[in-house]
Design a protein around this ligand. Structure first.
Ligand SMILES: Nc1nc2c(c(=O)[nH]1)N[C@H]1C(S)=C(S)[C@@H](COP(=O)(O)O)O[C@H]1N2
Ligand SMILES: [Mo]
Length: 526
């Protein structure tokens, strides 16, 4: 009887470890991949109408809590049974655990918007659970074996050695209990912590989904027809948010609730300003296309993307705060501590729409791109300007302060270097002879791209055809129709900006202030 209860306990602790490790992994895969609520939702969806009405009439608005309590009881009873059966006969309990997990996998992967990766937390949880169950059961068996053998030994003969003979049983008992307590405590702490964080993330995702952004009072002009060349494998002129590169130091994407978000402007200002999300949305917002680029982008790399941003001009907020004489930098800070140092004059420039952005391509910012508010500054690399999850702007000086990357080997100022990339054909591709479009993108943010030239096998530079520009703040597509002779070829590209600068052939790595050199690809024409 007592043994049966200990065995049942191993099942409950194993189930707790399944849920705890699934919650932990869900922190990284996404809160919606947590099996706990997915199973709850599945039960709600599958419940016949009568049952639903009954629970609502019984528990009223507490119906969700009631459902979760019932679910917890079902899981606990099932787990206890699994532990007990595993003890009676291996591996029945393990099989039950796997079946329960499979139901949870079904629940998470059939949710709306789920993908295969949504199964990962539950599968990891299941594996941990199997290991925990078997480890605890092994300990329990050892204890039982020792205890039984001690009990079967005739007490009379043992005499003085009896204490020594029973010692192993006590030792095994203590070991078993230690394992149970450690596994249970670890599951409780890790599980509760991760659950709180996942619940927070789910709240933020729900707030984002419910958010309807106001229309811009100064909308962007409609995209000119000629900005898109329509060539296969050429990057679209506007990058969908889902394909937009992502760079940040956040191990875990910060989850900021727009209801409690605020931005403070502090430091060398006459008036400190604090603005809430609602205040921000009530201001006249502007829209513009800006191409973001990461300083770490290698020649030919893909750490660049163009989007339509909706936001409030930072210069107008700074005007309220009134920076004092001598200030030359704004140190913006994100909720997770990242900072960027941006020249004050760039943010105050009336010719440049530096935004406190709330929208990306017509939707609220995706959480991983800075929800609810980020900075977007045309012409500067992201590390000195594009703070996501921004919560503070400190007006200061370059002499007094440094952005996150400056003491780590990157320059304090980060204007984007004029550059260009070949998107098609791909490096190393094998093509059939004939006319082949060589096409790509070129950028010189806030200066503008004047021309793009292509060179084949070190020959003359040939002028590519440029797509229409959206603005000087965005990249531009280009194409050259190439009569491809058979053989091996090297193709290079270079851009010239509106300042008259033509890309240098000198190759420089990204550190400390951005890569240079021509993007060159090799192809084979049959
Ligand atoms: N909070 C925060 N914001 C950040 C960063 C970061 O690490 N943390 N990285 C910056 C860098 S280096 C770049 S290139 C851009 C990238 O923005 P994206 O991820 O939306 O493309 O964000 C900038 N903003
Ligand atoms: Mo970056």
């Amino acid at each position: 009887m007592r043994r049966g209860m200990w065995a049942a306990l191993t099942g409950i602790v194993a189930a707790a470890s399944v849920l705890a490790s699934a919650e932990l992994v869900a922190l990284f895969v996404g809160a919606e991949s947590s099996p706990l609520f997915a199973v709850g939702s599945l039960v709600i969806d599958l419940a016949p109408p009568g049952v639903k009405e009954l629970t609502i009439s019984l528990f009223g608005t507490g119906d969700k809590a009631a459902l979760l309590t019932i679910l917890a009881i079902v899981v606990a009873v099932g787990a206890a049974l699994a532990g007990w059966l595993e003890y009676r006969r291996r591996p029945i309990g393990t099989v039950i655990l796997v079946v329960f997990s499979a139901i949870a996998v079904f629940a998470v992967t059939t949710r709306q918007g789920a993908s295969g990766i949504s199964a990962v937390p539950t599968v990891v949880g299941m594996l941990v659970g199997v290991v925990v169950l078997n480890a605890l059961q092994t300990r329990l068996r050892r204890w039982v074996v020792r205890a039984d053998s001690a009990a079967s030994r005739p007490a009379a003969r043992a005499g003085g050695t009896r204490a020594i003979r029973t010692a192993p049983a006590a030792l095994e008992r203590r070991q078993f209990l230690t394992w149970v307590v450690v596994a249970a405590a670890a599951s409780a702490i890790v599980g509760a912590g991760a659950r709180v964080m996942n619940a927070g993330a789910a709240v933020v995702t729900a707030a984002r989904n419910a958010l309807v952004l106001p229309a811009a009072s100064t909308p962007a002009a409609a995209l000119p027809a000629g900005t898109e060349l329509g060539i296969t494998n050429l990057s679209p002129v506007v990058t969908p948010a889902a394909d937009f590169y992502r760079i940040d130091t956040a191990l875990q994407v910060p989850q900021l609730n727009p209801d409690t978000w605020s931005l403070k402007i502090v430091g060398m200002v006459e008036n400190e300003v604090e603005i809430s999300f609602a205040d921000l949305l009530a201001l006249p917002l502007v829209e513009n296309y800006t191409t973001l680029t990461c300083v770490s982008n290698e020649v030919g790399g893909d750490l660049i993307g163009n989007a339509l941003w909706l936001g409030y001009p930072i210069r107008d907020l700074l005007a309220r705060a009134k920076p004092t004489a001598g200030a030359d930098m704004v140190l913006s800070r994100s909720s997770d501590g990242f900072t960027a140092g941006t020249p004050l004059e760039v943010l105050q420039d009336t010719q440049r729409d530096s935004l406190l952005a709330v929208g990306m391509n017509g939707s609220p910012l995706p959480v991983e791109h800075g929800f609810p508010v980020r900075m977007v500054v045309p012409g500067l690399y992201g590390y000195v300007s594009a703070t996501k999850w921004v919560v503070e702007m400190k007006v200061t000086t370059f002499a007094a302060d440094m952005g996150y990357w400056t003491p780590r080997g990157w320059t304090a100022l980060g204007p984007i270097k004029t550059s260009s990339r070949i998107d098609t054909p791909r490096q190393g591709s094998s093509l059939s002879a004939g006319t082949i479009p060589i096409a790509g993108v070129a950028w010189a943010q806030h200066t503008g791209v004047q021309g793009v030239e292509v060179q084949v096998d070190g020959g003359d530079w040939q002028k590519a055809t440029l797509a229409d520009a959206i603005s000087a703040d965005t990249w531009r597509q280009w194409v050259l129709q190439w009569d491809a002779p058979s053989g091996d070829h090297a193709i290079s590209v270079r851009a010239t900006d509106d300042g008259g600068y033509t890309q240098t052939s000198d190759e420089a790595p990204p550190a400390p202030d951005g890569s240079t050199g021509w993007h060159t690809i090799k192809v084979h024409v049959n």
